[in-house]
Design a protein around this ligand. Structure first.
Ligand SMILES: Cc1ncc(COP(=O)(O)O)c(C=O)c1O
Length: 341
């Protein structure tokens, strides 16, 4: 059965072109620095992000964690949004792996501001932890995009205090498309940036960490500590090259489909969509209709061949991607209309 899968952009499967490139990729032992396809991917990633160097890692989580480990010392505090991916969805890895605390900032839209960061930076005081890093996300997990000006202000505030900035750019190409800029214009506001190849870009595995040559050299050692040194991973890097060169350029289609989806969903009885929050490929909505069974909703949709996540924090999230076009969207809206009838 061919599922309609709206749970995430992580469900994307590699394209035929990727599968062919993977089969043909020249490879070597990457821990020895011998894999030509990985070298090519790393050079491409660094250039795309406007950085000196880049490193291939198995996942976005490892990319964020290896960056945090490389920037900080044990006992440091990392300033980030209270709903950042590193807070909610990385299993407390910052504490386990780097021994750092997270100083989480509450803002209405989950975006850091220069003012909130300035207030959170610790003064020199024997009782207090040392602030070691500021972390931003763009695009955010809530589907919104942080404007460049806001990022610049946060970055300059951190630097004024001698603090590095790490950017979780898991979906940096979505943010770039939404802002109408190149990814490197966003990446300039991170001393390190992590981005994912295996979200809406269809690569099966992998993320990149980019930064200065000196930073990446230290991050490579930390990647080895975390067990992330891979061998003939040019097989995976081959798909990553296509992800950056081709797939990153088509995410505007996913955004357009998300807006189409939002408009159709909003027309259904009991559904409320925050249309202003549909800035990338994610649609968040509520279903408020007497008799609607939230518990069984994912199972009911599955029976119709559609995979969706359950309600989280009162909201549902659908995500568009390469394999979810207008046909699949129309089919989903029809199925949902039946359930709501
Ligand atoms: C904003 C953000 N950062 C990091 C990650 C982690 O990526 P991975 O699932 O590859 O570990 C994700 C995953 O969805 C994410 O949404």
């Amino acid at each position: 059965m061919q599922w309609i899968d709206l749970r995430s952009d992580t469900v994307t499967q590699p394209t035929d072109e990727m599968r062919a490139a993977m089969a043909a990729a020249p490879v070597g032992d990457d821990v020895y620095g011998d894999d030509p396809t990985v070298r090519e991917l790393e050079a491409l990633a660094a250039k795309t992000m406007g950085k000196q160097a880049a490193m291939f890692v198995p996942s976005g989580t490892m990319g964020n964690q290896v960056s945090i480990m490389t920037h900080t010392r044990r006992g440091d505090e990392v300033i980030c949004s209270e709903n950042a991916h590193i807070v909610l969805h990385e299993v407390g890895a910052t504490a386990v792996l780097s021994g750092v605390c997270l100083r989480t900032i509450k803002t209405e839209d989950d975006q850091l501001t220069a003012e909130t960061v300035e207030r959170a930076i610790r003064p020199e005081d024997i009782h207090m932890p040392h602030t070691g890093l500021v972390e931003m996300e763009n695009a955010l997990s809530n589907g919104t995009v942080m404007p460049l000006e806001k990022m610049k202000e946060v970055y300059e505030t951190a630097h004024r205090h001698g603090l590095p900035v790490h950017l979780d750019g898991a979906r940096i190409f979505n943010a770039a498309a939404a802002l109408g800029v190149e990814a490197k214009e966003i990446a300039q506001y991170g001393d390190s940036v992590m981005f994912c190849l295996s979200k809406g870009l269809c690569a099966p595995v992998g993320s990149m960490v980019c930064g200065s040559e000196e930073f990446i050299a230290r991050a490579r050692k930390n990647r080895k500590i975390l067990g992330g040194g891979m061998r003939q991973c040019g097989i995976l890097a081959a798909a990553g090259i296509i992800a950056i060169e081709k797939m990153a350029k088509r995410v505007t289609e996913d955004h357009e489909n998300a807006r189409y989806f939002a408009q159709k969903l909003a027309a259904l009885p009991g559904i409320t969509v925050d249309r202003d929050a549909v800035q990338i490929s994610m649609i968040f909505f509520t279903i408020d209709k007497g008799g609607f069974d939230h518990e069984t909703f994912p199972a009911a949709m599955k029976e119709k061949g559609i995979l969706v996540n359950g309600i989280e924090d009162g909201k549902y999230r659908f995500v568009t991607h390469y394999w979810m076009g207008k046909k699949e969207i129309d089919q989903t809206v029809d199925a949902l209309a039946q359930l709501l009838a």
